[in-house]
Design a protein around this ligand. Sequence first.
Ligand SMILES: CC(=O)[C@@H](O)[C@H](O)COP(=O)(O)O
Ligand SMILES: NCC(=O)COP(=O)(O)O
Length: 264
Amino acid sequence: MNPLLAPEASAVHSHGQRCALSVNVNKVALLRNTRHLGIPGVLRAAEACLLAGAQGITVHPRPDERHIRPADVRELAALMKQWPHAEYNIEGNPTQNLMDYVRELRPHQVTFVPDSEDQFTSDHGWNLPADRERLAPLIAECQSLGVRVSLFMDPLPEAMAHVAALGAERIELYTETFASAFGTAREAEVLAGFTRTAEAALAQGLGINAGHDLNRDNLSLFLRAVPGVREVSIGHALIADALELGYTETVREYLRSIQRAYAA
Ligand SMILES: CC(=O)[C@@H](O)[C@H](O)COP(=O)(O)O
Ligand SMILES: NCC(=O)COP(=O)(O)O
């Protein structure tokens, strides 16, 4: 086993339960797709994240293929087989393209997200019980294939009983409202809504994931306040940080290349 993936490498939140970091590599693909050169490589990014200790990889292959493409989803599935202690999480709308990936690749987890085909980015969770009838058979099918189902949800405590009744194993809390309230006068009140929802989810026996606009500034506060979070999936801010934290070394590399051209 890769020592970087050993349990000790994981974050431990206040309830003594591990919170896994699943890195969403959508934005690596977005940049790659602006040329036909294959850089930056999505697989290389995923491998680097796993080597650094991330416990999972997430993708959200949108139907318009603006970032993650079908070949990426398949190649990442093959890569993840070499990382038995890490999880592969595929997000998307199960009434669009998601179920094809589930049937073919059987990732560890799928996260059902109620996005439209041309959604700019995810901005809301499922509406329960209104969405119940169309979700029930899809959840059952995933489970018959051995794939865990997580439902993308707004922080609404009263919805948690409906998630449990549907048989989904987890929720993913949509955290944009927390992220935009972070550092403002609304922060405590918004965070309290997430805490109450997590408590309701735990009371229903649900596992809790979280994601959207989490970053290295707001993450600790969220995990301290919200009990039982097992996984955070983070993409946009983490990939942006990876770029910014790497500028210095990268510029020095290019300057070294220029210097080599004039070396004796
Ligand atoms: C469900 C969720 O919050 C993320 O998967 C988010 O939708 C990322 O998608 P984009 O990278 O396309 O914004
Ligand atoms: N599920 C959320 C996710 O995968 C990444 O969201 P973001 O960090 O790109 O906002």
